[in-house]
Ligand binder design. Structure first.
Ligand SMILES: Nc1ncnc2c1ncn2[C@@H]1O[C@H](COP(=O)(O)OP(=O)(O)OP(=O)(O)O)[C@@H](O)[C@H]1O
Length: 314
């Protein structure tokens, strides 16, 4: 199964009575991408993901996973898909090992493969030391990590996540994001679609973004391209030496730099261009003997784009 677009929504529509929750939504998710489905509350994100995972049926339109129609052939379509879409209900008196054994048996896995996958997955979701403790004693963050773990059990090539960090405390969110980043950097082919309404989360984890509002698609592209569309982008640079106004003056004169200013123990630089220009900027700073130890995208850039699109759609 080598579809170029493992996840496809085609003219999807979902009505709840007279209310249209998903409105002619078409979206093709590229193989091996990590796509954030971004939109405000009520935008239709969960509804779309529930249709994709066959929890609800569309009013019209089709969804396909690896080219297989989900509503017509759900078992086959979801065979190699891992999902965390509704808060999973676990048996709280079972341990993670027992839970995975039970789920592995339901999936028809052999005991050797269940054992191997359980050990590997518990390591991935950083729950090895809790392997034999009952789920009833776990925090929400730990249960969510087990939920992600169960989604990995069938060795999926597609993962669909509905707000995986929702309801977690800051530490739980950070842990979950770290795990998702590790999954992403793994060598295996993997396409991830994850809903979120947190812009910094999407810009931190995803390489593509699909923005929706009122059940309609507003934009779908690589995050870099979306940001590159803007006149300029902003990075926050942290330097080893304390930055002062003479450094700011030198940076302001560099090509592509729109302006630079001291910002929160670092330097905020607004410049024109994309990744290539960002690399040029990095090298130019080195030529000025400015030792940069971090350069991060200002998440406001994505936020500004998002807010302008949402405003236009209302
Ligand atoms: N079973 C239902 N019956 C009626 N309306 C529903 C139902 N499920 C969802 N809706 C409505 O459909 C719209 C889209 O809901 P959905 O849960 O898909 O949004 P969302 O983008 O996931 O939002 P959130 O970020 O708040 O989870 C909302 O206005 C919601 O109230």
């Amino acid at each position: 199964m080598t579809s170029e677009y493992p996840i496809e929504l085609i003219n999807l529509r979902k009505e709840y009575g007279a209310f249209v929750a998903v409105d002619d939504l078409s979206l093709k998710i590229k193989k091996n991408s990590f796509t954030g489905l971004l939109g405000p509350n009520g935008a239709g994100k969960s509804t779309s993901l529930k249709i994709l995972t066959n929890l609800i049926t569309p009013t019209s339109g089709t969804v396909e996973l690896n080219g297989i129609n989900v509503n017509k052939n759900p078992w086959e379509a979801l065979l190699t898909v891992g999902t965390v879409v509704e808060t999973p209900e676990f048996y709280l008196y079972l341990t993670p090992k027992e839970t995975f054994r039970y789920l592995g048996q339901l999936l028809g896995m052999s005991s050797e493969s269940i054992k191997y996958e359980t050990d590997t997955i518990l390591e991935k979701v950083k729950m090895t030391q809790w392997a034999d403790k009952k789920l009833g004693t776990f925090s929400k963050g730990m249960r969510q990590r087990i939920a992600l773990g169960q989604a990995l059990l069938n060795n999926p090539d597609i993962i669909i996540l509905d707000e995986p960090t929702s309801g977690l405390d800051p530490r739980g969110m950070a842990e979950m994001r770290e795990i998702l980043k590790t999954l992403r950097s793994g060598s295996k082919e993997l396409t991830v679609l994850m809903s979120s309404h947190m812009l910094h989360e999407v810009s931190d984890l995803c390489d593509h973004v699909a923005m929706v509002d009122h059940g309609k698609l507003l934009v779908h592209d690589e995050i870099d391209k979306i940001l590159g569309d803007s006149e300029s982008r902003t990075v926050i640079v942290k330097t080893v030496e304390k930055a002062d106004n003479s450094i700011i003056e030198k940076i302001s004169e560099l090509s592509n730099v729109v302006n630079a200013r001291l910002y929160d123990n670092g330097i905020e630089i607004r410049f024109k261009g994309g990744k290539a220009e960002q690399m040029d900027l990095f090298n130019a700073l080195a030529d000025l003997h400015i030792t940069v130890y971090s350069m991060s995208e200002d998440s406001n850039a994505l936020e500004n784009k998002y807010l302008s699109l949402i405003k236009d759609s209302r």
